[in-house]
Design a protein around this ligand. Sequence first.
Ligand code: NAD
Length: 436
Amino acid sequence: MSNQHQHAVAQLRRVAKLLRQDYAGREQQFDAAIKRLEKPDVVHETMLSVKLADGSTKKFKAFRSQHNNARGPYKGGIRYHQYVTKEEVMALSTWMTWKCAVTGIPYGGSKGGIVVNPKELSQVELERLSRAYARFLSDKIGPWLDVPAPDVNTTGQIMAWMVDEYQQAVAKKGLVQENPLGAFTGKPLELGGSQGRDEATGLGGVLVLEKLAEKLGWQRKKDVTIAIQGFGNVGYWFAKHADARGYRVVAVSDSKGGVYVPEGLNPEKTLECKRDTGRVSECRCTDEKCDIENGEELTNEQLLELEVDVLVPAALEDVIHQDNAAKIKAKVVIEMANGPVTPEADEILAKNKVLLIPDILANSGGVTVSYFEWVQNLQGYYWSHAEVIDKLKPLMEDAFAQLWAIKEKHQVDGRMAAYLTAVRRVVDTMLLRGGL
Ligand code: NAD
């Protein structure tokens, strides 16, 4: 077991310790359910052979971990990265089970990965690799079995190739497949994708922020300052929706550094500027395009340590760790990236009374709109952008209200509150099914 999967198992055991008392008379079944949840139901692995442009053949290690499907089909992204490991996808599939449960969407958890640096492949090679993976998965996934989606370094185009290959593969095997589009989400709009998917994760986080601000009595939104690490899909949309609701986004960063504007910056202009210059730190200028002439350049480390109300890590995992956690001055951390706070840092933040909204809730807007995409594919009827957002809002708000109620009732931190809800929902379903 690598650290990441050990971490997922340790988290589950901590939650189980607290939950067990609620299962008086059913302890044996409860313990059996927890034991089963410590490991994925199954991990598929293979070596994919791909013909490269120079005529040679290269092999790539690939995985699909299916953690638990008690609440519905397995659901989880596919990651292309040179550091993908079996244990990492096992951990990520476990976290997907919790994420779907905490939001209340009817899925279990899974995750896939290929050990590859996609930047070293041409488009044609990338397509061949993606098709080979879809062929490998064709009898292991499907709309009612396991529904993959994009994750790190995978895109709508990659989903489009995979849907196409999957459809051909199931036809060749003579398998009945009524609706192949429902086998993948995160697809381009032209191929059964959903309106609103791009912005869903960032927007979901802001919907949570709105409810949190109510709970904390933050009435003057323009006084609520926000720093966002990562100005990619999630970071940009979080900034845009927060700004549109009147919050003050004072800092954003990308891998090359960040910019700090005490008066607040304009996310759209900052994005335009980043597109022109390649980095947000270039955006402190007097050019008409960007309005952040009073900005100061800052490093990613400095951004994390800014004195703001809300810190939003929206880039990478493990960025808040035992060496910098004590320096975090934000009152609230909203985890929009997956796993940005290490377990050691968690304890330090809790000790310093930093309120944490965990990733499994904060960034679940993405998988929620993936769920909407699947529903639309299955019914062959597509919703407008406004309908999608109208449906996302109550789901995010209910999930937050649940978290807050459990947090208050059990006097636990935000992460524990979310896990208590998620694990209870999964265990209850497993107990109902029986056979433990
Ligand atoms: P992205 O690739 O669009 O953006 C990532 C951003 O992080 C970029 O601006 C990049 O420059 C920045 N970055 C990279 N290295 C950095 C570093 N060392 N310091 C600071 N910034 C750095 O990715 P994304 O889709 O926005 O995803 C961001 C995070 O959110 C990831 O952890 C991802 O797993 C998680 N997430 C994404 C979604 C989604 O719908 N996109 C859903 C759930 C969770």
